[in-house]
Design a protein around this ligand. Structure first.
Ligand SMILES: [Zn+2]
Ligand SMILES: [Zn+2]
Length: 337
């Protein structure tokens, strides 16, 4: 039976799941950002201002959905030079529209930029003590777990900009997804194309998704990384359920149409591509290219248990990529029976 890895039906909603407005250290107001992104064909923005959950339900309309969210950062202590400190940034998106309670909170610490002005508006559990962040694998996994337990979709962000490497991120457990591309970090000169980090985490046994985001703070750092969510309607819980179920792909430009598995074959269709590659959990990758440099728009790849997992990358003629989530072969084949 054909198993659709992206739903066969539904609409594709373009989303920016990571951004900063003037509620923290961004230049644009939420209203301005909404208008500019809608003009570029976006339907969804997760407003992930630093360390603070300020919802924007007033921005919702028929063709636009604001998601309630924030980005938490956990900094390495005891390193004097700030630019040399490792740091871990995590976005959290509330799955339910009425969940606007910060899952961990400190009454005095951690806010910076304009966020300080919004401290009194934050909803938190007053019965809980102030939460102290710890830059250790345990401390970061605890924050991811607390976010998940409190009903948030948890994404690990921009490892390159953060100066984190395998020794750090391999110990982080509990994320739903990681950023395979962070456009603002790339714009600022950091190579936050993170296919290799995604493979590291997948090979470590974490069954997680990948997103591409702008993480925009200003004007030049926009419209370079987006996530396409396939769902029946632009309704809060429908969209966050699609996130939970992995019904999306990440992109810097190319689009993906069909993606399905059937009888040991994975099939994908896409916009004009220079190359379609099936990336796998072992040294078995397979690229497909058009003859004499012609564009390709579809590919069918054989899948075997030794592949462990498979994921597709599509590269266009400008070098921009689209990335599917990873699909573990044991689950693909289990559905076959
Ligand atoms: Zn960040
Ligand atoms: Zn950010």
């Amino acid at each position: 039976m054909r198993k659709y890895l992206l739903p066969a039906t539904g609409n594709d909603y373009k989303a920016n799941l990571h951004c900063h407005t003037n509620v923290s250290d961004g230049r644009q107001s939420p209203e301005e950002m909404k208008a500019d992104y809608m003009a570029q064909g976006y339907s969804i923005i997760a407003f992930t201002d630093h360390d603070i959950l300020i919802p924007h339900p007033e921005l919702a309309e028929e063709n636009f959905l604001p998601l309630n969210s924030f980005e938490v950062e956990i900094n390495q202590p005891d390193v004097e030079e700030k630019s040399a400190r490792k740091t871990c940034h995590i976005c959290m998106i509330a799955l339910e529209p009425d969940n606007i309670t910060m899952p961990f909170w400190h009454r005095e610490k951690y806010l910076f930029g304009n966020a300080v002005k919004y401290r009194d508006q934050v909803k938190f559990d007053e019965s809980k003590p102030d939460y102290e962040r710890r830059y250790t694998a345990e401390g970061i996994s605890e924050i991811m777990r607390m976010g998940r337990d409190a009903g948030f979709f948890v994404t690990y962000n921009h490892p390159r900009w953060s100066q984190e490497n395998y020794a750090q991120y391999s110990g982080y457990v509990g994320m739903n997804a990681m950023e395979i591309c962070n456009f603002a970090c790339c714009y600022e000169g950091y190579d936050d194309h993170n296919g290799a980090v995604y493979d590291d985490l997948l090979r470590g046994g974490q069954r997680i998704f990948c997103t591409a985001n702008d993480d925009n703070h200003k004007y030049e750092d926009r419209f370079g990384g987006f996530t396409v969510i396939r769902a029946d309607k632009l309704e809060y819980r429908t969209i966050t359920r699609a996130l939970e179920e992995g019904n999306f792909y990440a992109s810097e430009g190319p689009t993906i149409g069909e993606l399905w598995y059937e009888d040991g074959q994975l099939h994908v269709t896409c916009s004009d591509a220079r190359e379609i590659t099936l990336c796998k959990g072992t040294r078995r990758n397979k690229p497909i290219r058009g003859e004499n440099g012609a564009p390709v728009n579809e590919a069918t790849f054989p899948v075997v248990p030794e592949d462990v997992y498979v994921r597709v990358t599509v590269t266009d003629f400008a070098g921009n990529k689209a990335y599917t989530n990873a699909y573990f072969v044991d689950e693909l084949m289990r559905e076959d029976n």
